[in-house]
Write a protein that binds this ligand. Sequence first.
Ligand SMILES: C[S@@+](CC[C@H](N)C(=O)[O-])C[C@H]1O[C@@H](n2cnc3c(N)ncnc32)[C@H](O)[C@@H]1O
Length: 265
Amino acid sequence: MGRAGNRPPRGECAEAGGFSRRRPTSDQPAITVIPSACRYPMLKLLRILTLKVLSRVRRSSPIFRAIFGVRVRRGRRILWDFTTLALKNCLRRRVVPGHDVLEIGTGPYAVLSLFLAKRVDCNIVACDINEAYVENARACAALNGATIEILHSDLFEGIEGEFDVIFFNSIYIPRQLGKELRIDLSHETESDWCGGETGAETIDRFLRDAPPHLKKNGEVLLGFNTKYLREDMVTALCEGRGYAVRARHKTFPNPGEVLVVGRQE
Ligand SMILES: C[S@@+](CC[C@H](N)C(=O)[O-])C[C@H]1O[C@@H](n2cnc3c(N)ncnc32)[C@H](O)[C@@H]1O
């Protein structure tokens, strides 16, 4: 693998690249990764152009507002990813007025919670492990005139109560792979992208700790990118933690997917 060809542009998310398959080993989930340098110059050029355009699109606040209906102050940060889009579409279908909703990992703009707050009359609590993101998300909520509670919490540690819907646009890139792809260089903290050694550690911890916070018929909406984590592997993790799969939301060509799971009867 040519290292230089693996490098995403600064500030770029790993999700935006082209992809190739990797075989699973016993301690590593099956993943799909950004490929080594393209061998064909025209394809390489096309890929670079695509990444640049995508990166601009994902930093544009007018486009962000058009897609999610959320206002943000101008900045240089990436504002959303493919899984954000998949979750947006899923939330529209699964959250109804009166629901108690919890978002884990709300990010610096609380984009999905604000999208929801503007459309459905529900009660939303959101949290993030990153204190700076929590501050920013609160400011963003105020800018959008939304009343959502935004807490600083490592998964469920600071969360009280039970919810009808718990959702998480998760982190899932294996540490070593992230370093190979130099994703680590474009983020200040591992909690933006790294799912531990296997890529699935945060998701597994999330699945383990969610049940006490789920109402009887409550649902967990778990967002991930199928270019990095195989759907069957995430399904197995869910079933191993005692959940039953109720639905899958995936729209071609978006590689982002949402698995909807609930407690097994
Ligand atoms: C992929 S981003 C999703 C951001 C936003 N919700 C979206 O959909 O675009 C993942 C977020 O999860 C947060 N996060 C990572 N580990 C976490 C943990 N253990 N507890 C809470 N939040 C976490 C990160 O700080 C980051 O904001």
